[in-house]
Design a protein around this ligand. Structure first.
Ligand code: PGA
Length: 253
């Protein structure tokens, strides 16, 4: 009942030329995909990628959005600007933003509100560090991140929200959470979301797993009942690899 959503996070990779080559290679490889397919690309490549993906089953997203409409916010990009160049989705609160750029639950919340108000579909990232997991703090951390991200957001605004569970220790490390670990924490996130908004909306809301997801582990992760998709970094930078994740159903578990 929840359509899986596989999203690539290109991070700070690909000039417009590289981006065009990658999206052009990807289009035919995922044309028959069952899941929803998204690529979240650098700001500078959104327009190029959106143009190349127009009329295909690939949606385009950005990797951050400002919390204000416009004004004196040097270095920021507004929701209207993103929509203007063809973005439909936006990643908010990725752990790299939290770790290197001072993103907090409060700024994640402000950005999420702004995305939703402007009709962008947010992919809101949460996840614990290795120390937090080893200290048994995973549930406390993801719970407070989810509560913080959705603070004050009314139920009626959440139809297009996606949550991504990304354990920080699994991102870019080649260390994937086991499918059981992913299922356990994704199910817990859904439980927290249900405590805020009720079981019906929680059952409709998609929660992805992210962190070293690749063609070899995608089918097993996706076989878990609460895992509704993936947020894919490294493996989204090569068309064939990303297509294999998108088409995980064809792969053996
Ligand atoms: P990874 O990144 O797949 O390279 O681990 C995932 C992410 O950061 O979204």
């Amino acid at each position: 009942m929840r359509r899986p959503i596989i999203a690539g996070n290109w991070k700070m990779n690909n000039t417009r030329t590289d981006a065009k080559a990658l999206i052009t290679a990807l289009v035919p490889l995922v044309a028959d995909a069952e899941p929803e397919v998204v690529v979240c690309v650098p700001f500078t490549a959104v327009e190029t990628v959106a143009a190349a993906a127009k009329g295909t089953n690939i949606a385009v997203g950005a990797q951050n959005v400002a919390w204000a409409d416009k004004g004196a916010f040097t270095g920021e990009i507004s929701a209207a600007m993103l929509k203007d160049v063809g973005a439909e989705y936006v990643i908010i609160g990725h752990s790299e933003r939290r770790q290197y750029f001072g993103e907090t639950d409060a700024t994640v919340n402000l950005r999420a509100v702004q995305a939703i108000k402007n009709g962008l579909k947010p992919i809101i990232c949460v996840g614990e560090t290795l120390d937090e997991r080893e200290d048994g703090e995973t549930e406390r951390v993801v719970s407070s991140q989810v509560r913080g991200a959705f603070e004050g957001i009314a139920e009626g605004m959440l139809a297009n929200v996606v949550i991504a569970y990304e354990p920080v220790w699994a991102i870019g490390t080649g260390k994937t959470a086991t499918a059981e670990q992913a299922q356990e924490t994704v199910a817990y996130i859904r439980k927290v979301f249900a405590s805020l908004y009720g079981a019906a909306l929680a059952q409709k809301t998609r929660v992805q797993y992210g962190g070293s997801m690749n063609p070899a582990n995608a089918a097993e992760l996706m076989s878990k009942p609460d895992v509704d998709g993936g947020l894919i970094g490294g493996a989204s930078l090569r068309a064939e690899e990303f297509a294999k994740v998108v088409n995980y159903k064809g792969a053996a578990i």
